[in-house]
Write a protein that binds this ligand. Structure first.
Ligand SMILES: [Fe+2]
Ligand SMILES: [Fe+2]
Length: 336
C-alpha cells in the first residue's frame, strides 16, 4: 500500500511522540492594512533588534573545551554553590562540585525550554496583535528566539552532554500561554513573566557559571531579552486603564496561576532528585534558606516592577508574592 505525506496513520504516529507537546488553541489572526501610523517606541526597538543581531554559529568560541564534572575553581563555584551551602556547616567539596555542574545543566536546560516557548508564543503574537509595528517587532523577536534556542541547544549537546527535561511549572505555564486566545495575556505570560524572570536569572547566572562559553552566550542573550521585555511593557502600556472588572479579573487569575507555577520552579526538585539527595530536605532548604529566597526575590523584582507600571499589581497578587516569599513587604510601598 502506498502512503502519502498526509496519510492519517503517519499523522497519528507523529502525534504520539513523547517529546512533542501539543496545545490546541482558538485565536483570531489579523491583518492590518494601515501601514502609516507607528508607535515610535516600538519601531525604535525594532531598529535596535535589526542592528543587534548576532550569529550563534560564529560569535561564540565553540572550540573551548568544557568538561562536565571537572573540578571547579572556588571563585567560579562561589556564586552558585552558595545556594546549596547556605549557612550550614561546610559541604564536602566533591558534592559541591557535583551540585554546581548539575545546577548549571538544569538552569541552561530550563533556559533552553523557555526559549522555545518564547519562539512559539512570539510567533503567535505576529498573527494576533493588531498593530503593524508590533507584528514586525514580534517577527524580529522570533528570529532572536530561534538564535537563543540554537545557542543553548548546541551548548548542551556539544559542551555539557547533560540535560534536564522541562520543569513541570514552566511546562504548565507554556501550555496555558499557548492555549490562550487573548493576545495581551500571551504578552503578560511571555514578555512579562517568563522573560522577566529569565532576564534576571540570566544576568545572575552569567556571573556564576564557570566556563567562558556559557558566560558569553548568556550575556548576549540577556541584551536581546532586555529589548523583548521593553517591547512587552510598551505594547501593554495603557491597555488596562479602560478594561471592565470582569476582563481585569481574568488577567489577575492568569497572573496568580503563572506566578504560583513559577515560584515552584526555583526549588530545584529535579536537581535534588538527580543527585540522589534527600528531596524533601532539598526542597525545605530551597524554600527557607535566606540565600535561596533572596535569589527568588531578586528574580521577581523586575516582574513586580512591570506589573506595577501596567496597573496590574492587585492586592491579591501582592498577597501571593508575600505568601510565597517572592518579595519583601517594602516592594509594595504605597499600595492600599
Ligand atoms: Fe530568548
Ligand atoms: Fe526573549
Amino acid at each position: 500500500m502506498t502512503t502519502t505525506p498526509d496519510d492519517a496513520t503517519l499523522f497519528t504516529l507523529d502525534r504520539t511522540r513523547a517529546d512533542l507537546m501539543e496545545v490546541d488553541a482558538v485565536f483570531r489572526a489579523c491583518l492590518n492594512w494601515d501601514y502609516g501610523e507607528r508607535n515610535n517606541r516600538i519601531w525604535s526597538l525594532y531598529e535596535k533588534n535589526k542592528t543587534a543581531q548576532w550569529n550563534a554559529a560564529t560569535d561564540i568560541d565553540w572550540d573551548y573545551d568544557v568538561r562536565f564534572g571537572a573540578e571547579l575553581q572556588d571563585e567560579h563555584s562561589a556564586g552558585v554553590a552558595s545556594f546549596v551551602v547556605g549557612n550550614d556547616s561546610p559541604v564536602p567539596r566533591e558534592l559541591l562540585n557535583q551540585f554546581r555542574w548539575e545546577y548549571q545543566a538544569w538552569m541552561v536546560s530550563q533556559f533552553l525550554h523557555g526559549e522555545q516557548g518564547a519562539l512559539v508564543a512570539t510567533a503567535r503574537l505576529v498573527e494576533t496583535v493588531p498593530d503593524m509595528e508590533a507584528k514586525v517587532y514580534a517577527a524580529s523577536q522570533v528570529a532572536d528566539e530561534a538564535r537563543h534556542v540554537e545557542a543553548y541547544a548546541r551548548y548542551i549537546d556539544e559542551k555539557l552532554g547533560v540535560s534536564y527535561p522541562i520543569n513541570p511549572g514552566l511546562k504548565a505555564l507554556l501550555r496555558d500561554l499557548l492555549a490562550e486566545s487573548e493576545w495581551d495575556i500571551v504578552y503578560l505570560g511571555m514578555q512579562v513573566i517568563v522573560e522577566g524572570l529569565a532576564l534576571a536569572a540570566t544576568r545572575l547566572a552569567s556571573s556564576g557559571f564557570g566556563d567562558p562559553i556559557i558566560t558569553s552566550i548568556t550575556r548576549m542573550i540577556a541584551r536581546d531579552e532586555a529589548r523583548h521585555i521593553a517591547f512587552g511593557t510598551v505594547s501593554l502600556n495603557g491597555m488596562y486603564e479602560d478594561m471592565t472588572s470582569a476582563e481585569m479579573n481574568r488577567r489577575e487569575e492568569f497572573l496568580l496561576e503563572a506566578i504560583h507555577l513559577m515560584s515552584r520552579r526555583f526549588l530545584l526538585r529535579e536537581v535534588w532528585e538527580r543527585m540522589d539527595l534527600d528531596v524533601e530536605r532539598g526542597l525545605r532548604f530551597a524554600r527557607t534558606d535566606p540565600m535561596m529566597y533572596g535569589y527568588r526575590q531578586l528574580l521577581f523584582q523586575q516582574v513586580i516592577h512591570i506589573l506595577r507600571q501596567l496597573g496590574l499589581l492587585s492586592p491579591k497578587l501582592r498577597d501571593l508574592f508575600l505568601a510565597e516569599s517572592l518579595a519583601r513587604p517594602e516592594a509594595f510601598h504605597g499600595m492600599p
